[in-house]
Design a protein around this ligand. Structure first.
Ligand SMILES: CC(C)(COP(=O)(O)OP(=O)(O)OC[C@H]1O[C@@H](n2cnc3c(N)ncnc32)[C@H](O)[C@@H]1OP(=O)(O)O)[C@@H](O)C(=O)NCCC(=O)NCCS
Length: 270
């Protein structure tokens, strides 16, 4: 692998131009680039966005501390994997790559570590019964929420929100919790945009599962967006427990999925 050309990205426009130029000139068949101005601007402003240029592809990495989250445009699958390994080895950090595809129609990049499948409910919905126990989270819940994400979620594949992201969601009334005494024993996190209600996280503490806590949290979610025509979520393909429950509420696989590759550092043999 030739020397890696790396440069800091200082503005969201620079990021867009870099990828746009490569796309126009090289017409790379493989890319996972989906413009996301809010997220990309935040990362650029934090100073954690870098570009890597190779003959066969261009890459943008966001250094999240424990891993690099990667956007790529590449001329082939083989060179894509080689370049990702080169970036990982250069930066000495695990590299995580996601690629959204249509099930049964698009070819996969390889054998992913995890697959997320999208489930949706589409239609007109009646206002459901309000929850009995779930309440809107306030800023006070932040440390406990961060603790739960740190303890129960996978840092490579579950896009754990940081404190500023959680604060943004709380400010949008997008987090509801159920407490037992002072402890949070369940949470639901969602985001509403025009006509869409995205269920981002649904979690109940292991000792309280299968007791209706999750159902009460989902009532809060359905109440927040019964006027949305599309309600959707991403679930790991092997999470049969959650999938059965989502089906119970009328969610169906809609044919879109997301392959996730986690390229960890090689262990050095002593
Ligand atoms: C998924 C999770 C939040 C569910 O919480 P829970 O408290 O165990 O769920 P509940 O007991 O309230 O059950 C929810 C609903 O599913 C129904 N249900 C339970 N078992 C079911 C089954 N095998 N098939 C279909 N429906 C089922 C319940 O009857 C209830 O429906 P209701 O509103 O009609 O009563 C919990 O298992 C969890 O935290 N899992 C780990 C995190 C996770 O996987 N989250 C989802 C990621 S996308």
């Amino acid at each position: 692998m030739a020397n890696i050309l790396k440069e800091q990205i200082n503005s969201a426009d620079q990021l867009k131009t870099l990828l746009g130029d490569f796309k126009r000139k090289e017409r790379p068949p493989l890319s996972n680039y989906i413009p996301d101005p809010v997220k990309h601007t935040k990362y650029v402003e934090k100073g954690i966005a870098s570009a890597y240029k190779f003959d066969t592809g261009v890459f943008v990495s966001f250094d999240l501390g424990h891993m690099l989250d990667i956007i790529y445009m590449s001329k082939s699958k083989e060179s894509l994997m080689e370049c990702l390994e080169a970036i990982r080895d250069e930066e000495q950090k695990p590299v995580v790559v996601e690629h959204v595809y249509r099930e049964g129609r698009d070819e996969l990049l390889g054998i992913p570590n995890k697959v997320l499948r999208r489930m949706s409910r589409v239609g007109e919905f009646e206002k459901p019964m309000p929850p009995r126990f779930a309440v809107q989270a306030t800023d006070e819940a932040l440390p406990m929420l961060l603790d739960i994400f740190g303890q129960y979620f996978d840092p490579y594949t579950e896009r754990i929100p940081d404190a500023s992201e959680l604060k943004r969601l709380i400010d949008m009334d997008g987090i509801c919790v159920i407490k037992e005494k002072e402890d949070i024993i369940g949470m639901v996190v969602f985001e509403k945009s025009v006509g869409n209600l995205h269920l981002r996280y649904w979690w109940v503490s292991p000792s309280h599962r299968n007791n209706g806590i999750g159902a009460d949290l989902l009532k809060a979610y359905f109440n927040a967006g019964y006027d949305c025509k599309r309600q959707f979520l991403w679930v790991f393909s092997d999470n049969t427990n959650a999938i059965e429950k989502y089906k119970h509420y009328g969610f169906e696989f809609d044919g879109t999925a997301d392959e996730i590759y986690v390229m960890k550092l090689k262990k050095i043999k002593l």
